[in-house]
Design a protein around this ligand. Structure first.
Ligand SMILES: [Fe+2]
Ligand SMILES: [Fe+2]
Length: 463
């Protein structure tokens, strides 16, 4: 009997999503370095490749999975894929980074992205279909009534993240954590929107373009929204390059940012995008009014809130334009067949916006009260641990876990890093901290080497 060997070319579609994701993340651009913040190099971002085999990519995320490591790992990858379709150049020029630029945009990674992105999108966003039900009578009036209802609800409702900041023991750190989440979009603002500008779709296209050009400061760099966002970061002595705070982006905000790219990449989803962007523009203005109030109470005049003032003002206008000249205009012109998709976009934007808020609030509350989570670690019942080693010179990365764990330092000394600007929590041998499901943290060895145990929590004490 003879055995015939069939060679399978690298990158062939027979590979699983998991294998393709691992190959992509295994590129040296994505292995991190020893620094907690990323340097001014938009092509390098830590994808924590050694932890990705934990993720079962064969089982899609559900809408309840937004605060899991499965979600964090997948959305970091997906966000990197989307941004590779935009032009990123470092402020200091390309001289030193030409090799990284060539690799990031090069054929090898491009082929991998193209072979992977649709499957990864299905993994990350198929769950939206189960959560949003737009069956029933979908007339233009129903659409408008629904839109008014959800935007009124958002305006009158509370922001869990801002409430968490106001209640924090260290409100400055909590406020910075919120800025970090906003930086994900704030430093590349309107990139997803730009993908909906090409083509020919009448006055609605011009209405969207009017919003787009406002986001770009009408062509004046100093008034571009990303520029004034950077000013706000600078007033807090925070880094302004893309993506200094990569390690601190949470899965909820990453999913929210990716959602707009997801709807914008495939124009079969154009009407969903139109619904989503209308919702977003309408809820931004009142959200920034609330943010200004909280930040002024904490920082007085020591923070530059021009970005928030600008949005509190201009998004009132954008909310009106998108409702009248995009959402309702598209519904009138293209008929009842598109109304369910417009409604779906609104409902999905509302849902993922909730993930952004809840995740940020939960991270703020946890990072603000580590002493309490030391006590909870002692009270938790745990299962069989696994051991992890870290070197002081090794790459720094952050992660979360799908379920709660107790992290116990077993050898050496280390810093538990839970926020971008707060003091890390020093852990010595014997120290243990409860890390609730979904909370993002990193361990930075202070001694040349450290070792810690991760005990899965079987029975979590009430927090
Ligand atoms: Fe803006
Ligand atoms: Fe806007």
């Amino acid at each position: 009997m003879t055995i015939q060997h069939v060679s399978v070319p690298v990158g062939a579609v027979t590979e699983t999503l998991s294998e393709r994701a691992l190959t992509f993340a295994g590129n040296p651009l994505f292995g991190g370095d020893r620094h907690v913040l990323h340097g001014p190099n938009p092509y390098r971002r830590m994808l924590a490749p050694e932890t990705l085999p934990e993720i079962d990519f064969a089982r899609a995320l559900t809408a309840r999975d937004w605060a899991t490591y499965r979600s964090l790992g997948a959305h970091r990858l997906l966000g990197t894929f989307y941004e590779a379709e935009t032009v990123l150049l470092p402020e200091q020029g390309l001289t030193e980074l030409r090799g990284d630029f060539d690799e990031f945009y090069g054929t090898r990674l491009r082929h991998l992205r193209e072979a992977t992105i649709s499957d990864l999108e299905r993994f990350a966003f198929d769950c939206l279909a189960d959560e949003v039900d737009v069956s029933g009578n979908c007339t233009v009036d129903v659409l408008d009534a629904y839109f008014q209802h959800v935007t009124d609800e958002s305006e009158q409702g509370e922001s869990p993240a801002l409430n968490a900041i106001a209640a924090a023991r260290r409100p400055e750190v909590a406020a910075d954590t919120y800025l970090v989440q906003l930086a994900l979009d704030g430093l590349t603002e309107a990139s997803a929107m730009s993908r909906n500008l090409a083509g020919a779709y009448g006055p609605e296209q011009s209405a969207l373009f009017k919003i787009f050009i406002d986001e770009f400061g009408y062509g004046v760099y100093d008034t571009k929204h990303t520029t004034i966002f950077a000013k706000m970061l600078r007033s807090r002595a925070m880094a302004t390059h893309v993506h200094a705070y990569w390690n601190f982006y949470l899965s909820g905000p990453l999913a929210t940012n990716n959602f707009y790219y997801y709807l914008s990449r495939d124009h079969a989803k154009f009407f969903r995008y139109a619904g989503a962007v209308t919702y977003a523009e309408a809820v931004f203005a009142p959200a920034f009014v609330k943010m200004i109030k909280v930040y002024r109470e904490i920082f007085g005049d020591d923070v530059d809130l021009h970005y928030c003032d600008e949005h509190a003002h201009i998004d009132e206008h954008h909310g009106r334009i998108t409702r009248e000249q995009v959402l309702l205009a598209l519904a009138e012109k293209h008929g009842p067949g598109v109304v369910p998709e417009l409604m779906r976009g609104i409902a999905e934007a509302r849902l993922v916006g909730g993930w952004f808020e809840e995740d940020t609030a939960a991270q703020i509350r946890w990072a603000d009260d580590i002493p309490r989570h030391r006590e909870l670690a002692a009270a938790a019942s745990t299962g069989e641990p696994r051991s992890v080693r870290a070197n002081a010179d090794g790459p720094f990365g952050t992660r979360s876990h799908d379920g709660a764990v107790v992290l116990a330092l077993d050898a050496g000394e280390a810093d538990l890093v839970t926020s971008a600007t707060g003091e890390p929590e020093r852990l010595v041998r014997g120290d243990a901290v409860l890390i609730p499901a979904g909370r993002v943290y990193g361990i930075k060895a202070v001694s040349p080497e450290c070792r810690y145990l991760l005990h899965p929590v079987v029975d979590e004490p009430t927090t």
